[in-house]
Design a protein around this ligand. Structure first.
Ligand code: URA
Length: 439
């Protein structure tokens, strides 16, 4: 088989065979196929698409391109969640200890932020000493001993996706449904997940701007997971505005801790309870049929009782983090300059552009434009108003946490365009738009 023939066939709109896809992915992973041929293939796939079978084949070829994690001797059911990426999305910090506190062990690998969307691993590194890189043996041992582990993505897991994703990023081939679906699901399959709750973000601050395309992506991922025996639920959740109020690493850890103590922003709490309840229900499906309402009230109880926070302490301690910082979040990294922007008019919030809020956090240094850049864990912003809220002139709209005057000035200019006022009452945004299950 020759790479050039496979590229030509996809260029001409042909359906590739399983053997061709396996050959291409294996040879690209081991370096036999160079980036320029893979880039040409990606563009052909982007333009002509991949059918369902090709997408499943691509997913499996990428899942099998490296190690596959098998925790079946440690965990009765391996439960995972995945967010397609958003602004202020600190869900994993809350949901993982919450599900573990309900007695369902969780072992998860998460990513770093890229561009305006934050990453769980960057947030956890706000905690002094928290070790994000674990060897496979350490990962397994922590899952066995504590029933909770949250580390960075192992480079040996679906390495083909790691290479292809970096290439897609620079060849304008990211926003392609079969490529996104196979990328996400290859990692979930390689990580050995039996149960996956997918949080597919939709809106101004998400990959998918429209409900129809988010729905198509969600369906495709549910079908891929189901075809390999996973139990998958996909939630379509709002990402027109940030989740919760805090955006920026240490600020988000602080807000997550408030939520783990039973407080925090109501939208964040509700979002986490729904994600956790789906994870619990699917994880226990084989024992007996738990209703969503039972799982929701159990999860709410574990948040309010402090049990979820206790599990978070166990996680931080097990991974070498300084627990005193989560007991007293004022000791997490703090910014030198705090500035509040007040409302110039009265009215109602019609739009709070999540993309612009995410970009404002990047302006301040909370995220990176390119992989590998260093970030400032202390900086970011809090939004004080969400869509549907009323505003009185003079009230605070944003609090900025900065360590650099020039960056602060740039961010203040950006925020001028981030919140759209309305003179008439506006409706709050829904938390979720749809739930997609295998039918
Ligand atoms: N997240 C991924 O892991 N892959 C994509 O292609 C898009 C979002």
């Amino acid at each position: 088989m020759r790479a050039v023939d496979i590229i030509a066939r996809k260029r001409d709109g042909a359906e590739l065979t399983t053997e061709e896809i396996n050959f291409f992915i294996t040879a690209y992973t081991d370096g036999t196929i160079p980036d320029y041929q893979a880039a040409a293939w990606l563009m052909a796939a982007y333009i002509h698409g991949l059918n369902h079978r090709e997408t499943v084949d691509l997913t499996m070829a990428m899942a099998n391109s490296g190690e596959r994690l098998d925790l079946s001797d440690i965990l009765p059911v391996s439960v995972d969640k995945h967010s397609s990426g958003g602004v202020g999305d600190k869900t994993s910090l809350i949901v993982l200890p919450l599900v573990a506190a309900c007695g369902v062990p969780v072992a998860k690998m998460s990513g770093r932020g890229l561009g305006y969307s934050g990453g769980t691993i960057d947030k956890l590194e706000s905690i002094r000493g928290y070790k994000v890189e674990l060897s496979p043996a350490e990962f397994r041992e922590q899952a066995r001993q504590y029933g909770i582990v949250l580390s960075g993505q192992s480079a040996n897991l679906a390495p083909a996706d790691g290479k292809l994703y970096a290439l897609r990023d620079v060849t304008a081939t990211v926003d392609c449904l079969p490529l996104i679906a196979s990328s996400i699901m290859s990692k979930k399959i390689a990580a050995g997940a039996d149960v996956v709750v997918l949080d597919v973000k939709v809106g101004l601050g998400a990959f998918m701007r429209h409900i129809e395309e988010a729905s198509q992506l969600a369906r495709l991922m549910v079908e891929i997971g189901t075809s390999v025996g996973q139990q998958v639920v996909a939630l379509l959740s709002d990402m027109n505005q940030p989740l919760g109020y805090a955006v920026g690493n240490a600020l988000e850890v602080t807000e997550a801790i408030e939520c783990l103590h039973g407080g925090g922003p109501i939208d964040l709490r509700e979002h986490c309870l729904v994600v956790a309840a789906h994870m619990l229900r699917l994880a226990r499906k084989n024992q007996s049929d738990y209703a969503m309402s039972e799982c929701l009230s159990e999860a709410a109880h574990q948040l309010d009782s402090g049990a979820a926070f206790e599990k978070f302490r166990v996680l931080v301690k097990a991974q070498g983090g300084d627990v005193s910082q989560i007991d007293d979040p004022t000791t997490l990294p703090q910014a030198r300059i705090i500035e509040t922007i007040n409302a110039r008019h009265s009215g109602y919030v019609e739009q709070l552009n999540a993309l612009q809020v995410g970009a404002a956090a990047i302006d301040l240094g909370a995220g990176r434009e390119r992989k590998g850049e260093s970030i400032d864990h202390a900086v970011g912003l809090s939004v004080h108003k969400k869509v549907g809220d009323s505003i009185t002139a003079g009230e605070p709209l944003f609090t900025l946490y900065a360590n650099d005057e020039a960056k602060l000035a740039r961010t203040i200019r950006r925020l001028d365009y981030t919140l759209v006022y309305s003179a008439v009452e506006t409706a709050p945004l829904p938390a979720f738009y749809d739930t997609i299950t295998a039918t």
